[in-house]
Design a protein around this ligand. Structure first.
Ligand SMILES: [Fe+2]
Length: 487
């Protein structure tokens, strides 16, 4: 069913005309006007194209704003005087990287000025250009989990999703439904940018949409559809393989990376990739006893590493740092884009197969031969596989969640019951397994606090109807189909 275009709030035909008559106005000002969200005359030019809150390293909170104006907007914390946000990175047009170069690739254009302000300790509210900005929560009761959200346009695989169809590419609907649940925190497990190749001639489903590594594609693939959810709560961004340097890493560092931007860590120059393709892990507090550990796995390979490989050393160092962070809390949720223990329908959907990342497995096994993770890890959150999976283990391995079904085309041949005899990894024994290849998202709701944190995981369809509910705690999970609510 095609109804209103969720990106613009207009019927498809009208939306297309609006795009054609005012291409510059994929800039947020006009879009908000079309959606009826911009109601204050005279403020149009001052309203940023996106405003959002990032939960960053050392439990810092950052406010970011994207604008095509000549200067950063002002920010007001509580009732204090407004002051200008700091420039994170200026607009720039860059030559395409040699490894990005395709016959039809042009320069990488970033028109957005990325601005930033650090949330002062104790401040309760913030406003940018009159818009309320999500505040860091005092207590986290509900976390929204999404992943792999972009609309795939990739010539090398002849894969072109119908980005103009809100059913075929439902990220905008997912963001609306998830925002309605009023989360305290949003975790995106990576792969936000998918529009790498131009829509082929005659393919109506993606005709006219932006593509490439500049911010026009980022706006359409992420910032516009994500807007309701960006306005709902602070976000934790996890870097996916689509955000590695040779793909959309430049946008990652400008918009999402929680660390300060620098030329060395920008992906602008491939000579810096051995540094910029890896990041230091960091913790995000969920309670006095629980925390997320955010791990950048974006560059990992699908094969085991030799210990002499630079990537092995980088990931081993990051794992060691992560372990240090974990010592501070008994309950750790490990978040990386690539899962270590997961299932897919197999190469070309031929035969169900173990889909844990072999590069990471080789590194983690070297430090934790049996469990792959330190004892403090009770739950792992990942994406990359385009499906929802919740895997509980009989063996001593933390429950594995896969959350990669929030927009990009899903793994529709994924088995919905566990294939007999399939081994995910030596020594791993699967107990409960639930999975869905339908689009959707999940929430984690805190049920109790303390060293024995207990959570309720709910998997929803795109409309926000529960599909599965899982009791999660102490490293284990138990899932059941959700009981439909009485109408
Ligand atoms: Fe991925």
């Amino acid at each position: 069913m095609k109804t209103m275009n969720l990106l613009t709030g207009l019927a498809p035909g009208l939306a297309k005309r609006a795009f054609k008559t005012a291409p510059i106005l994929l800039s947020g000002s006009l879009k908000r006007g079309l959606c009826g969200l911009l109601l204050v005359p005279g403020l149009a030019l001052a309203v940023p194209d996106a405003v959002f809150t990032v939960q960053a390293w050392k439990n810092q909170t950052l406010v970011r704003a994207l604008t095509q104006e000549a200067a950063c907007p002002g920010i007001r914390f509580d009732h204090h005087a407004e002051h200008p946000m700091q420039l994170r990175v200026a607009p720039q047009t860059l030559p395409s990287r040699p490894d990005q170069a395709k016959a039809d690739a042009g320069p990488v254009e970033f028109k957005e000025r990325v601005c930033e302000a650090r949330w002062p300790k104790g401040a309760k509210t913030a406003q940018v250009a009159g818009q309320q900005v999500p505040s860091p929560p005092v207590h986290i009761h509900r976390i929204v989990l999404i992943g792999d959200t972009g609309c795939r346009m990739k010539a090398a695989e002849q894969a072109f999703q119908d980005c103009n169809d809100s059913v075929a590419w439902p990220f905008a609907q997912v963001a609306l439904s998830a925002a309605a649940l009023k989360p305290d925190l949003v975790v995106h497990v990576g792969d936000m940018h998918y529009r790498e190749s131009p829509c082929p001639e005659g393919h109506a489903g993606c005709a006219g949409v932006a593509w490439g590594y500049g911010d026009a594609a980022w706006r359409e693939d992420f910032f516009i559809p994500a807007r309701p959810l960006l306005s709902a709560a602070p976000w934790v961004f996890v870097r996916g393989n689509h955000e590695s340097c040779w793909r959309a890493g430049q946008g990652w560092f400008r918009f999402m990376d929680p660390w300060p931007w620098s030329a060395q860590r920008s992906c602008d120059d491939a000579a810096n990739d051995p540094n910029a393709d890896f990041s230091e892990p960091y913790a995000v507090a969920l309670s006095p006893h629980a925390q997320l550990i955010v791990f950048d796995s974006s560059k990992t390979a699908g094969k085991p590493y030799a210990e002499t490989d630079l990537a092995f050393q980088k990931y081993a160092d990051a794992l060691s740092q992560a372990r240090q962070l974990m010592r501070k809390n008994p309950v750790n949720f490990f978040v990386s884009h690539h899962p270590l223990l997961a299932l897919s329908s197999g190469w070309r959907a031929g035969k169900p197969a173990a889909a844990g990342n072999q590069g990471l497995q080789s590194v983690f096994e070297a430090s934790f031969p049996q469990r792959l993770f330190p004892q403090g890890v009770q739950l792992t959150l990942a994406g990359h596989i385009h499906a929802f999976e919740a895997i509980n283990f009989v063996s001593d391995h933390p429950t594995s969640l896969v959350l990669g079904n929030s927009g990009s085309g899903t793994d529709t041949n994924l088995p919905l019951s566990y294939p007999e005899g399939l081994s995910l990894y030596p020594g791993v024994q699967v107990g409960d397994y639930v999975a869905s290849a339908d689009f959707g998202f999940a929430t984690l709701d805190r049920k109790s606090t303390g060293a024995k944190d207990a959570w309720l995981l709910t998997e929803y369809n795109t409309q926000g109807r529960p599909v599965f509910v899982c009791q999660v705690g102490q490293g284990k999970s138990h899932c059941a189909k959700a009981v439909p609510a009485l109408e």
